[in-house]
Design a protein around this ligand. Structure first.
Ligand code: AR6
Length: 178
C-alpha cells in the first residue's frame, strides 16, 4: 500500500477486492445504467448485497455516464455504496470528461452524506474498455483536484484487483508527488 496526502485528504493505493474494505464508510460500484448485477465489480457487490440492494437501486435507475447515486450497503460492513456509471470507451464521449465526472460526483455525494472514507475501483477499465494508464491518470487527477473542496472525506482509497494495475497506479501517483 502506498499513500500520499493532498490538502487534508489521504490518497491510498492498495491491491485488493472492493467488497473487502471494512474500514471505509463507502465503497464505489463500477455500475451499469440499470444499477443491476453484472460482471466485475457490479457482480461482486450485488452477489453480497442482493436481493435488498437491487430492490433499492432499481428506484434510482437508470443513470447516465458520469453520474453517481448513493444507496445503503446491505450485508456489507460499510455504510453506503456509491454507484457510478463510467463511460464505455469509444462510445460515450468525451470519455475523459465523463470518467472525471464519476470521481467528482461520487466525492460530492460523499461530502453531502458526511462520509469520511471511500474506496474506488478503477471505473471503466474492465468491461467498458478504458485504457488503464489514461484512466488511472484521470482518476488520480480528479481526486487530487477535488481535495481542494473536501471537508468530510479524509481518506480516498483506490483498490486495484491485479498487481499490474496496482503498480501502474503507484507509478502514476508518484508522478503527482511534488
Ligand atoms: N474489486 C476490485 N476491482 C475489481 C473487482 C473487485 N472485486 N472486480 C473487477 N475489478 P468492471 P467497468 C476491476 O468491468 O469497466 C459490469 O458488468 C477490473 O479488473 O467491473 O466500469 C457492469 O455491469 C477492472 O480493472 O467495470 C457494467 O455493465 C475494474 O475493476 C460494466 O461491467 C472495472 O471493471 C462496467 O464496466
Amino acid at each position: 500500500m502506498i499513500k500520499n496526502k493532498f490538502n487534508d485528504t489521504t490518497l491510498e493505493i492498495e491491491q485488493g477486492n472492493i467488497v473487502d474494505q471494512p474500514d471505509c464508510d463507502a465503497i464505489v460500484n463500477a455500475a451499469n445504467a440499470q444499477l443491476r448485477t453484472g460482471g466485475g465489480v457490479a457482480g461482486a457487490i450485488h452477489r453480497i448485497g442482493d436481493p435488498k440492494l437491487t430492490r433499492e437501486t432499481r428506484d434510482l435507475a437508470p443513470i447516465s455516464p458520469g453520474e453517481a447515486v448513493i444507496s445503503s450497503a446491505p450485508n456489507f460492513p460499510n455504510k453506503y455504496i456509491i454507484h457510478c456509471l463510467g463511460p464505455v470507451y469509444g462510445r460515450d464521449k468525451p470519455s475523459d470528461k465523463l470518467l472525471r465526472n464519476c470521481y467528482a460526483n461520487a466525492l460530492t455525494i460523499a461530502e453531502d452524506n458526511g462520509i469520511t472514507s471511500i474506496a474506488f475501483p478503477a471505473i471503466s477499465t474492465g468491461a467498458f474498455g478504458y485504457p488503464k494508464r489514461e484512466a488511472a491518470t484521470i482518476a488520480i487527477t480528479a481526486v487530487k483536484e477535488a481535495t481542494h473542496n473536501l471537508k468530510s472525506v479524509k481518506l480516498v482509497r483506490f483498490v486495484l484487483f491485479g498487481e499490474e494495475d496496482y503498480e501502474l497506479h503507484k507509478e502514476i501517483l508518484d508522478e503527482f508527488t511534488d
